[in-house]
Write a protein that binds this ligand. Structure first.
Ligand SMILES: [Zn+2]
Length: 418
């Protein structure tokens, strides 16, 4: 019987309606190259939130907001005391973001909720669609802010005081966002959640390359971030002989080459990026006396993160030449495994629906990382064109988005009846 009802919900998922909602959302903060700029708690984000709240309320669902601005669209269950099953992602984007990153997890969840409602499926647990505040960290640092605060309310005050580059605090931006939206009920942080499911475009090439429609995500890669400071000495570019130079760029380049050699594994599983390289004084005719560069290093295995990451400082020291080097580890986030009832339910739903699928590990961070500390958690990936993401050209197929929404609907029903 449960199987029959979940099938009816999956069948009620409407591909065109889901696509149209994406295109309607993509008008908010639309960029000339076809992407979106909808950074957290800007007027554009507020408009996206208001549209979402309106859609939810038109469908007869309630909508609440917590102290960091995350939104919760709720369909009640038959057991008033049961903790909800939650799904969702984020409305905010990078400054040159795409039309699907984040918003798919919300609109796919809303489509699933509507399909469950229209197919007349009652569930024991309530089902909620969440919009986490500031996942991207483009305007305000510290990404996955909504899920961080939800799972650890002690972080709230520190987050509210964070400022953007113009000195606007989260608290101020949040007050403006609230003022631009319909009034919503208050939601308490860390109220119990039974299960969390996040659907997202893959942001990588594997599903498309292998012809799979659904990625059953097994976990999120751990990461380590480092800041390397190379100290040399400014000197005249025309008069200073090589032997007298303390050229910070030359030393930093030697370090970078050695680090790339260390990290180039034959299996291509290591994700190693030097994304920022800042030269001082950054002048055409001055031998540079200082370089700051950053390292973002990710892997699915803690052992590899430790073994390779712990060699970074020594590699830099060996290649410092006449300069000196200091290293700071600015962040370490552990690998998160999702093994348990949620990936099992996602896999079962995918098989029931007969969709081509694979197990996949997420190299990108998501709110699901933090929710996994609170309750059993899992993620569903759908393909995106050529794996392109954090890019205005980001694209996905309506049929893949709908397939993902069917998996969400089926999984929500299974978990909401536990
Ligand atoms: Zn995202």
């Amino acid at each position: 019987m449960a199987e029959r009802t979940s099938e009816s919900a999956a069948a009620a998922v409407d591909e065109a309606r889901l696509w149209d909602r994406h295109m309607e959302m993509a008008k908010i903060g639309a960029t000339p190259k076809g992407g979106v700029n909808r950074q957290a708690l800007t007027p554009e984000d507020a408009r996206a939130r208001a549209l979402l709240a309106n859609w939810a309320q038109e469908l007869g669902f309630t909508c609440a907001m917590d102290d960091i601005g995350s939104m919760y669209i709720r369909r009640p269950g038959t057991d008033a005391d049961a903790a909800p099953v939650m799904t969702g992602s984020h409305t905010d984007s990078q400054p040159s973001g795409g039309r699907f990153d984040g918003i798919y997890g919300i609109l796919g969840g809303l489509e699933a909720l509507q399909a469950i409602e229209e197919s007349g499926n009652a569930t024991r647990r309530p089902i909620e669609v969440v919009n986490w505040t500031n996942e991207e960290a483009s305007r305000f640092g510290s990404g996955c802010m909504g899920s961080q605060v939800y799972t650890d309310p002690a972080k709230l005050d520190g987050m509210l005081a964070m400022k953007d580059l113009e000195g606007v605090t989260i608290a101020e931006a949040l007050a403006e966002t609230r003022a631009a939206m319909p009034a919503l009920a208050h939601r308490a942080l860390k109220s119990p959640v039974a299960y969390f499911i996040e659907a997202h475009i893959e942001q990588g090439p594997e599903l498309e390359a292998t012809g799979n429609v659904i990625g059953v995500v097994t976990g999120i890669a751990g990461s380590r971030r480092f800041e390397i400071q190379v100290h040399g000495e400014d000197a005249h570019a025309g008069t200073t002989p090589r032997k007298r130079r303390k050229d910070a760029v030359r030393s930093a380049a030697d370090m970078a080459r050695a680090l790339f050699e260390l990290m180039d594994d034959p299996e291509d599983t290591v994700r190693f990026t030097i994304g920022r390289f800042m030269v001082t004084p950054n002048a055409l005719a001055v031998v540079p006396g200082h370089v700051l560069f950053t390292i973002d290093f990710r892997h699915s295995e803690e052992e590899v993160l430790t073994r390779l990451g712990d060699q970074i400082e020594a590699v830099c020291q060996r290649n410092a030449g006449p300069c000196t080097v200091t290293m700071t580890e600015t962040r370490r986030a552990p690998t998160k495994s999702f093994a348990g009832p949620v990936p099992d339910a996602i896999l079962a739903a995918t098989q029931r629906l007969g969709l081509a699928h694979m197990h996949i590990f997420s190299g990108a961070g998501h709110d699901a990382r933090y929710m996994a500390d609170l309750c059993p958690t899992g993620m569903i990936f759908v393909p995106c064109e050529k794996g392109i993401s954090h890019n205005e050209a980001e694209n996905a197929k309506a049929s893949d988005l709908a397939a993902g929404a069917r998996v969400i609907a089926d999984t929500l029903i299974a978990l909401a009846n536990r």
